[in-house]
Design a protein around this ligand. Structure first.
Ligand SMILES: Cc1cc2nc3c(=O)[nH]c(=O)nc-3n(C[C@H](O)[C@H](O)[C@H](O)COP(=O)(O)OP(=O)(O)OC[C@H]3O[C@@H](n4cnc5c(N)ncnc54)[C@H](O)[C@@H]3O)c2cc1C
Length: 415
């Protein structure tokens, strides 16, 4: 980056959101993406990698369709591969009626969703133990990203291929404004100039913009782990959840099983931050071990989550006969931002300086919704029509209070 250059757009934060936004704008804008750490070193590099736009956005079909299509189209770019796979929500008999209604509702929006009886699930997925369950909601158009660090870096490389520049190891301490409009961002020792600034700094956005606009998000912890299996889960193993037990699962491409959940609000997220450390060493260790970035970082899970995983895994994995058979070979966690309604903020708020766009509060679904952030920010900055309605992500839909509890994304199937 040359010292005095100014840009059309500066994107702050090189997670999945900032990289997807930078990539989306790079073809026809001079784009700089700045991160205080390195690309993918925040929550984006630590995610479990399930994508299920239909499950989480079916009531906004255009959102779900856009996110689904992007993963298919981007697969094969810069080392990234998307694995399309059906998603099975395993339902206890007492929740079956509600689950059937939910499957019908999702299907009514045109998505490939149905309720499948337990016998049929067991026949199609022989590694799933279905004895305790009444059946499953099958969402056919789901999938997973095996390593979200690789996904985030692929977005960044593709953004660079399209002309975006990246500046890492540089913290942005403020947004520079003049006459009510953005003129750039402040680092500790200089101003980087641009008439448009996109803030995509994850859970840290609220503090960064505290003097400019109130962002009602709360930090929360998410955790995931790898379970070692003798019989590798192959291409027939689906992804899914046991919603009543607050645990989700997916196969890994190395044949092991990945489990996730363990989500709760935390007051002081700084202890969970900076986990990824030196990305060079992470990549070296990934290369040496053949494991994902998340498994290499392996920064631990709490005891409650560990106990939950060892109790729940034998309930639905045929090979695991008891909790003592559950061997966790890696466990990790990181922080994301929550909003009161579980939807992100993708907006240029009216109260903020002109030229400021915010993309934050992805509620544990930022990998899934990264294409939505990219298309939304592009529409806001260019005035082009977005592929979906933007008002559902507007800041002013939220009351401004942070006195809310975490949306329970596992609630589906047991209400
Ligand atoms: C264990 C776990 C499992 C998950 N599982 C899934 C899943 O299965 N599916 C899914 O869709 N999502 C999942 N998520 C959620 C997903 O990871 C997040 O929603 C997403 O990564 C948020 O992306 P982001 O770019 O907003 O934030 P981040 O990835 O945190 O990126 C923000 C970036 O901003 C940078 N930054 C912050 N402040 C500054 C500053 N002042 N100056 C410069 N740079 C700054 C940071 O260094 C960081 O790189 C999971 C998350 C975790 C932790």
């Amino acid at each position: 980056m040359s010292g005095s250059q100014s840009y059309d757009v500066i994107v702050v934060g090189a997670g999945a959101i900032g990289c997807a936004v930078g990539r989306e704008l790079a073809d026809d804008h001079e784009v700089l993406v700045v991160d205080k750490g390195s690309v993918g070193a925040g929550a984006s590099g630590m995610a479990a990698g399930l994508t299920a736009p239909t499950l989480f956005s079916y009531a906004s079909p255009a959102v779900a369709e856009h996110a689904n299509e992007f993963m298919q189209e981007f697969s094969g770019t810069e080392g990234f591969e998307y694995h399309a796979r059906p998603r099975m929500e395993l339902i206890y008999p007492e929740d079956e009626d509600v689950a059937r209604d939910q499957a019908d509702e999702m299907a009514s929006y045109g998505f490939p969703v149905s309720f499948v009886d337990a016998d049929e699930v067991a026949t199609r997925h022989p590694l799933l133990e279905m004895d305790r369950f009444g059946g499953a909601i099958e969402i056919a158009d789901a999938g997973f990203v095996d390593d979200t660090y690789v996904y985030t870096r692929a977005l960044a490389r593709d953004a660079e291929n399209r002309g975006a520049e990246f500046l890492t190891g540089v913290e942005i301490v403020d947004v520079a404004t003049a006459g009510g409009a953005v003129v750039g961002v402040e680092t500790h020792d200089r101003t980087l100039e641009a008439p448009h600034v996109v803030i995509a700094t994850g859970w840290r956005t609220r503090a960064l913009l505290a003097d400019i606009v109130d962002i009602p998000t709360r930090p929360f912890l998410l955790q995931a782990a790898t379970v070692s299996l003798d019989h590798e889960v192959g291409s027939e193993f689906p992804l899914g959840r046991v919603p009543a037990e607050s645990v989700y699962f997916r196969p890994q491409t190395d044949g092991q099983l990945r489990l996730g959940g363990g989500e709760y609000l935390i007051d002081d997220p700084s202890t969970f931050a900076e986990r990824m450390g030196d990305s060079g060493s992470v990549e070296e260790r990934m290369h040496e071990s053949g494991r994902t970035a998340q498994e290499v970082v392996n920064n631990g899970i709490d005891e409650e989550f560990r106990e939950r995983l060892t109790r729940v895994a034998p309930l639905f994995v045929k090979e695991l006969s008891s909790p003592s058979a559950v061997e966790l070979t890696a466990g990790w966690g990181d922080v994301d931002g929550a909003t009161a309604d579980g939807e992100p903020i993708i907006d240029a708020p009216v109260d903020a300086p002109d030229g400021l766009v915010i993309a934050t509060g992805f509620n544990g679904l930022g990998i899934t919704k990264s294409p939505v952030a990219a298309a939304g920010v592009r529409a806001i900055l260019t005035g082009e029509e977005a592929p979906f309605a933007l008002d559902q992500f507007a800041l002013d839909r939220l009351s401004g209070s942070v006195e809310f509890s975490l949306q329970d994304t596992f609630a589906m199937g047991r209400q």
